[in-house]
Design a protein around this ligand. Sequence first.
Ligand code: DHK
Length: 149
Amino acid sequence: MTNVVQKNILVLNGPNLNMLGSREPEIYGTETLADIKDILVNRASDYDCVIDFRQSNSEGELVSWIQEARGTASAIILNAGAYTHTSIALLDALQTAELPVIEVHLSNVFKREKFRHTSYISPAAVGVICGFGAKSYCLALDALQDILS
Ligand code: DHK
């Protein structure tokens, strides 16, 4: 008998990502956050994964969700939006979570303004995926299959 262990993947989205679809579509694409959730949930059905997909504009709420993930989630996929470039609080929370973290961005931040080239959260991440639009999230989920197996 095979023992299938289901993995809970917490997918966190930071500020302004609730505006996807209408927000600077030439940079972020035309898919909404709901579209991205659907794509990811669909992809997760190929794996033994459950997706818990959330968005907040509040740094504190994101910190609380990361704290709660310890002991309940198997891994975190995080697009921290602009907090990527500012938040020591998110870095501290991620380092305490003791979970594999994949940092994702829709856009290629390295092709953009210099302030987007710095990430405060990368030191807590296994890896960073950026520039592939909604597919960045799928690539993160793919990467986690190897990490979690
Ligand atoms: C999303 C944001 O909201 C920006 O603040 C980041 C990131 C880039 C993204 O590409 O998904 O700089």
